[in-house]
Design a protein around this ligand. Structure first.
Ligand SMILES: *Cc1c(COP(=O)(O)O)cnc(C)c1O
Length: 404
């Protein structure tokens, strides 16, 4: 990928997405479930750009959404309502109402209280709400605590006993139709065993429900398949599929997946330009670039490691350690710490952060009155802009009219 050419054309900093990579990731997962009923509901929150959602939609993906805004994005991008799922621990009444009016595939219920709200709203609208219950299987996903969701100590889902109560209640309700079951134990999973263990527990619950004449049609295994940021082991789609399928014998269900990071992370690059360099305390080296934590928050928020590539004429084998930092007034503003940086890197050289396609731009803010950067797609060797750079007038747009 010619990052120099791209920044010449679109400016810096910049997000660049390799749509071929997105497509290959999608197809590898789809192929792993070949011959089985399956739906890949792309987790829109990982990269919500309309053109990204559109591309997955064209490949046959549905959408897993965590706000009504995401549901509307998915529809706008061409995803069909019957392939859209609405998840999340705290859905407002107006969001539930709109989701029911839009006739999406199902709403993932995360608590008994939420089920009751959905029932009331469905009754008011005189519709039957298709629901799925998010079950918390209490399994340690062996990932970062901030992105672990499948333990009872996390806020997500309900325990198995509560889930049974919810299904029994929903079955006899005139306005609820329990069509699915859902679990999502965490993100950036690199081990298969927790996924398999969770799937087994939930499949057993499905069998139990069947005895009660509650027939689950959608077996939603969530997202969370990890990717390689540095040297993590990763899960192969084929092994992933086999692990899940092996738990489902005797069950006639459509397998729903909600991958985000797996589809988008490694197809994305965050490109920024070198501004200055300085040395504090005589030996601590800082490379100051024009990209910052407001553009890419993961390093600051999760101490996430991202591979960094330099586009420079400097000799890249002569390096010294240093931090790559942004211009924001926070010590936590960095893209990489203690990295090998070319010794004579120059003003204007490029620093390219890899694996930035997921949870990158979507977490961007206007902190320090910085406009959010442009997003560019690469497809069939051609580049095209898919989101304009925000200029100053855009950033102040919603405040300006209130000046006295
Ligand atoms: C965040 C999330 C996903 C996607 O997670 P990835 O790790 O990006 O695959 C899927 N389902 C739910 C319910 C989520 O909250």
């Amino acid at each position: 990928m010619d990052f120099r050419q791209l920044t010449n054309k679109y400016g810096s900093p910049l997000y660049v997405y390799d749509f071929e990579h997105f497509k290959n990731q999608f197809n590898s997962l789809k192929d792993a479930f070949r011959g089985k009923k399956s739906l890949i509901a792309y987790a829109v929150k990982s990269n919500s750009n309309l053109s990204v959602i559109q591309q997955f939609g064209e490949l046959g993906a549905g959408a897993d959404c965590v706000s009504i805004g995401e549901v509307k994005r998915a529809l706008k991008a061409g995803v069909k309502n019957y392939n859209i799922i609405f998840s999340g621990v705290g859905k407002r009444d107006d969001e539930l109402e709109e989701a029911l009016r839009l006739g999406i595939l199902f709403i993932n219920i995360e608590s008994e209280a939420e089920m009751k709200r959905v029932e009331v709203i469905a009754q008011q609208l005189d519709v039957e709400a298709r629901i799925s219950v998010r079950v918390n299987p209490n399994i340690d996903p062996q990932t970062h605590p901030y992105i672990s969701t499948g333990l009872h100590e996390n806020k997500f889902g309900v325990d198995i006993e509560s889930a049974k109560r919810i299904y029994i209640y929903a079955k006899q309700s005139a306005h609820l139709n329990p069509v699915g079951i859902h679990f999502h134990i965490g993100s950036q999973l690199t081990q298969l065993s927790p996924i398999k263990e969770a799937s087994e527990k939930i499949a057993n619950l499905v069998r139990h429900l069947k005895v009660l004449d509650i027939n689950i049609k959608f077996f939603d295994v969530g997202g969370g398949v990890g990717i390689q940021y540095s040297d993590e082991t990763t899960i192969e789609p084929y092994d992933y599929a086999q692990a899940i399928l092996s738990t489902l014998s005797g069950l006639d269900v459509t397998i729903v997946m909600e991958p985000g990071r797996f589809l988008t992370a490694n197809g994305g690059y965050f490109v920024s330009s070198v501004l200055y360099e300085k040395q504090n305390d005589g030996d601590k080296r800082f490379l100051i670039v024009d990209g910052a934590m407001n553009d890419l928050l993961r390093p600051s928020l999760y101490s996430a490691y991202h591979k960094i590539e330099y586009v420079t004429d400097a000799n890249q084998s002569e390096t010294s350690k240093g931090d790559i930092v942004g211009p924001i007034c926070e010590s936590g503003d960095f893209l990489g710490k203690d990295r090998d940086i070319p010794k004579d890197i120059q003003h204007g050289d490029l620093v390219v952060v890899h694996s930035a396609g997921a949870y990158g731009f979507v977490m961007a803010s206007n902190y320090n009155t910085r406009g959010r950067v442009a997003e560019v797609a690469i497809e069939n060797g051609e580049s095209r802009i898919i989101r304009e750079r925000e200029d100053f007038s855009k950033v102040i747009e919603l405040e300006e009219k209130f000046l006295k």
